[in-house]
Design a binder for this molecule. Sequence first.
Ligand code: EPU
Length: 480
Amino acid sequence: MTHSLRIPDLTIPARPDAGTGWPAGVGPGDAGDAAVADVDVIRVRGRARLAGTVHVVGAKNSALKLMAAALLAPGRSVITNVPRITDIAIMGEVLRRLGCGVRFDVDDPVDPMVTVGGVARSRSVTIDVPEQPGVEADYDLVRRLRASICVLGPLLARRGYVRVAHPGGDAIGSRGLDMHISGLTRMGAEIAGEHGFVIASAPDGLRGAEIVLDFPSVGATENLIMAAVLAEGTTVIDNAAREPEIVDICTMLQRMGALIDGEGTSTITIVGVPRLSPVRHATVGDRIVAGTWAFGAAMTRGDVTVTGLDPALLEVALDKVVMAGGLVETRADSFRVRMDERPRAVDVVTLPYPGFATDLLPMAIGLAALSEGASLITENIFDGRFMFANEMMRLGADIKTDGHHAVVRGRERLSGAPVRATDIRAGAGLIIAGLCADGVTEVSHVHHVDRGYPDFVADLRALGIEVERATAPEEPELTI
Ligand code: EPU
């Protein structure tokens, strides 16, 4: 199969009657592009305080997989409360290249809380899946969206053959696929690696199996569930991931006709069925975006109400904010965080859900960098996540890392400086840290932030922050 190497404009369109307030397209400058012409930067003035209300829309890490799950049933599925972010646009393109019709619409009716600066931040995505979807996901998309690997399970189940480019590692770590592969192999697939592709086939169909994961991998659990729903017989996944996004995917699959039991626990049982039906499903709220604002409120000694999410999904993170001296009030689908004094140091250990989320590690380091006392921060999920610490040190943070531990000694204030976003969460963490610094902080390569936060700048403004977004020329290449 051949495809143009030039990726079309993957921006999810704004409403035609609204200014987009959004960077145009997913152009040069995205991770991995060789010729980077310009970089987007976000500048914030320090000594600022987050105050007000912010609404979170659906979770990126759920919506991406819900879109892949739609592949399991021919016909029209509609997923609502999908965040308007770059990664979702790329997943839309992955599905289009597999022969699906993909349309993004403004969620209807639009909740006023979802609309900031005239632009709604959530979409509904309508996916028309053919009887015989394609079987290939190319590197030009997979390298930009590692989560494209989640089409492996559904396509293998539907078509018995699939070629997905190997995503490789990324800025937060090496990121293996061995558990995806060994689980599918136990279900009868033959899997090989060739020319940068993972090639899987199951000419006689997949069959149920007992699978024990070495580690509760989110991606492997999802791929195996999505393969098992159409396999023959019963699959039991032990040591499965328990993330709320897994529960959300299982809920959608159950409504499509899948027989799944035990989602949200470490043992998930799936009884395969011959066929699933398309469905309409609303994405669960984004606990990482919500957690970002919770920590932001604590770091800036602010007062922020977050709506759109059951705070029970953030329990451990909100407990840390309370231990640091924050006041947290929770309701059924919202919470409020207030911090009146300088935060106190707390130790944090990242773990699979329900433990403290690795995606909130930059926020935990940010809080520690401003707290009274020293915090021990331990990262157990990704080996590269402390790259963020180097940028924080440019802002004056006192951090010493040793393997997967970091000792952070808090300072009263950080010091504004130019820094670089290396991944989605690091980018958001640096912008929030900049609010607690003297002077101006300029965070470059913020296209990473666009991958996970629908219009971060508009949210910051709504919370009272002086912030601007600009395009700056990349440093010229020096040759001799
Ligand atoms: N791992 C293996 N082998 C495997 C699978 C995973 O060694 O077969 C390792 C990984 O290398 C990593 C660890 O296990 O060190 C955890 O990986 P996991 O599979 O749980 O994570 P993931 O599915 O690749 C998702 C989220 C991440 C989030 C992690 C952990 C998506 C698209 N991504 O990644 O989110 O940090 O779970 O909760 O769902 C983000 O949103 O910024 C992000 C990085």
